[in-house]
Design a binder for this molecule. Structure first.
Ligand SMILES: C[S@@+](CC[C@H](N)C(=O)[O-])C[C@H]1O[C@@H](n2cnc3c(N)ncnc32)[C@H](O)[C@@H]1O
Length: 239
């Protein structure tokens, strides 16, 4: 045990179960995931029809739920059963499963979201193939992840792990960080083409107010640099 938690290897998904009480705390260990979920939700289009299914791959405790445009049926897949219990309480239809073997039919989903998960998966190309497989023609994919750069290694996995709001230490493996070019090519290989790609950074005044507990969240702002956190919108070819 360390800090009252079991000692796990880096990137072990069991860490999410160890920290399960933290998910929905605005000043908890997963605070930045709330900020990113808001920025992610802003990229999701309105549903093509009321009740259309949106798959949130690795949904965790469902932090995206409050930020989706109205009308989607929010389906969340994750490995973590404890996280899915919380996601369900926030209106998410829970599915326990692996992002590398999605239990959904080919071309069945008009929107798929993968927020802060690709940097945890050991097979990026395989994950992209699965995301593309389940996406319907003309369907929209929304992704955010961490770039494979020295900046991300130092700032996001080094410094940020030791400041409030940063990711818990040991949650990431530097060798799994995701180069935007590699991600773009892996999606294009399966007919999913990136239409928009940009970086994100927290608002500095917003972060200071959050530190002082005068705000419950921090706005993520667009930045041209994709060296840290970045997000993208991609569309599947309509065949
Ligand atoms: C950083 S959290 C992101 C959660 C959520 N997308 C959010 O932004 O709030 C990563 C999530 O990925 C899940 N996860 C990790 N590997 C997975 C896999 N192979 N299949 C499904 N979920 C996975 C973890 O259980 C965890 O909930």
């Amino acid at each position: 045990m360390a800090n009252g938690l079991p000692v796990r290897s880096p990137n072990d998904p069991a860490q999410y179960d160890d920290l399960t009480d933290e998910w929905w705390k605005p000043h908890g260990r997963f605070a930045a995931l709330h900020w990113l979920a808001e920025a992610r939700g802003a990229l999701v289009p309105p549903p093509p029809y009321p009740g259309a299914p949106l798959l949130d791959v690795a949904c965790g405790a469902g932090l995206l739920a409050p930020h989706l445009p109205p009308g989607w049926r929010h389906v969340g897949l994750d490995l973590s059963a404890l996280s899915l219990v919380q996601a369900r309480a926030h209106g998410v239809g829970p599915v326990r499963g692996d992002a590398l073997r999605l239990p959904f039919a080919d071309a069945s989903l008009p929107c798929v979201v993968a927020g802060e998960v690709l940097e945890h998966l050991p097979d990026l190309e395989g994950a992209c193939a699965e995301l593309a497989r389940v996406l319907a023609g003309g369907g929209v994919l929304v992704v955010d992840t961490l770039a494979d750069t020295l900046f991300a290694r130092l700032a996001l996995l080094g410094v940020a792990e030791h400041v409030p709001g940063g990711p818990p230490a040991g949650l990431h493996r530097a060798d799994l960080l995701v180069d935007p070019g590699r991600l773009t090519r892996a999606l294009a290989a399966h007919g999913v083409h990136v239409r928009q790609l940009g970086g994100l950074r927290p608002s500095v005044p917003g972060y200071l107010l959050w530190l002082l507990r005068r705000r419950s969240s921090v706005r993520m702002l667009p930045t041209r640099s994709t060296a840290g956190v970045y997000q993208l919108i991609a569309v599947k070819e309509d065949t």
